[in-house]
Write a protein that binds this ligand. Structure first.
Ligand SMILES: [Zn+2]
Ligand SMILES: [Zn+2]
Length: 164
């Protein structure tokens, strides 16, 4: 029972974190922002090294804002299960590392691909499509956020055109 609670809270952390990250940070950042596209979509994705090289401390902000959608749920989820909260954060971080395996030699094993398809998990191959074309493949952790995110992207671009 305790294990079920831990797993549920960690899953909730990923679902809520990816939802806020996708719709409040990632898509708006592609429409209105600057540094996510310049830094994260470049071969050297480090906001810290970009900020130091270009003497541009404001480039650190999107790096922090990328993590905030997950961290913001810690106070609430901690009350329900501290272990589940920590597990959720660890899984989120491990998925960040895994989905950025962009080496030309990297191939996700077929069995893992099937599992990811069943559970709507973003693979490195899918995330690479987003890095190559920012109109595609949203949903950092879960693929089912991809379609609504594209509509959100179209809507926000429309809003931007009305304002500018
Ligand atoms: Zn990425
Ligand atoms: Zn992006």
């Amino acid at each position: 029972m305790e294990l079920l609670k831990i797993l549920s809270i960690s899953l909730l952390m990923l679902l809520l974190g990816d939802f806020v990250a996708t719709f409040i940070y990632h898509v708006p950042e592609h429409v209105f922002g600057r540094y996510h596209s310049i830094v994260h979509h470049s071969p050297n994705r480090s906001f810290v090294s970009y900020a130091m090289r270009k003497h541009c401390p404001q480039a650190l902000l999107p790096g922090f804002l990328g993590a905030l959608p997950y961290l913001m749920w810690v106070p609430l989820l901690w009350l329900l299960s501290p272990v589940g909260t920590l597990l959720g954060l660890c899984l989120a971080e491990l998925h960040v590392i895994w989905r950025h395996q962009f080496s030309p030699n990297y191939r996700t094993p077929e069995a893992i691909k099937v599992l990811c398809r069943c559970f709507f998990i973003t693979t490195p191959e899918r995330h690479y499509r987003h890095h190559k074309n920012a109109n595609l493949a949203y949903g950092d952790v879960f693929t089912f956020y991809g379609k609504p995110a594209q509509y959100w992207l179209i809507f926000l671009r429309h809003v931007k055109r009305q304002w500018v």
